[in-house]
Design a protein around this ligand. Sequence first.
Ligand code: LMR
Length: 327
Amino acid sequence: MKKFLQVAAATALLVSASVAADYTIKFSHVVSPNTPKGKAADFFAKRVDELTAGRVEVKVFPSSQLYTDKAVMKALKIGNVQMAAPSFSKFTSLVPQLQLFDLPFLFRDVNHVHSVMDGEVGQVMKDLVTKKGFVALSYWDNGFKNFSTNGKPLIVPADAKGQKFRIMSSKVIEAQFLAVGANPQVLPFSEVYSALQQGVVDGAENPLSNFYTKKFLEVQTSLTLSSHGYLGYLVVMSKKFWKKLPDDLKPKIIQAMNEATQMNRKLAAELEDEYLANIKAYADKSGKLKIFTLTDAQKDAWRKATAVIYPDFYKVIGEDLIKKAQK
Ligand code: LMR
């Protein structure tokens, strides 16, 4: 019996040793798992496990469980996490040029966004991020942002006057709201719901996915389908960790990332209609949320009112980069 127990214990040890990963990647993000970013992160984890036969394990921590917006950049630097997918605004203090993606009405549609990300401008940005000690892996989508508020619904730019809006840490987004006489206030994503609920701010700007999955719709009385700006992500890994990975594993991580990127972009496009249908259903049922669609003329008024900020960022972002992106 004793012998049997010894053999059983030794076998269990062997089995557990053979399944333990050689490398663990902690991947921290702030949104819900059921968003284009959350789903792509989970898919990436699954593919890394399959492609590396369990040698690399990716543990995904959604919904700011581990770190909030700013803290994750530091955590990456000191090796407390190995991967993150922050939105462009969150890079502002490190690589202010990435604020290009925050410029209002820069992109005609998502194909335009992709051509910038996957082209020369996107590469320049990735190189700048690399110089700061990260590996810039890939660009992921969320979607176009819309205004929401508990104050006067935003139809024309003057409606924003005097209202307080939660913003991400981006000088471009700050300038966008100041240009229409509003008061922008930087808050981490994890605090948006309570800030809206308690009236710390009147409104915010979010893609439909975040507006729906973080339940901001419960604490806002109007949503304006303005699509005035874009929200996407740069997926980054700690350079120190990347260097530690053996050469045979690196291409597998890249492959998993390429597959996850394709999946993310497809999902972001597909889920948009579903989120809108869910938001409309909530609005109808609750009677508390009104949804507004802007006419072309109204949209043009917002474009004109916010275009004045562009020259202020020629130096910070690079006029040439902005012009190239506009093309
Ligand atoms: C925000 O702070 O609003 C977004 O960056 C959250 C996210 O990651 O989509």
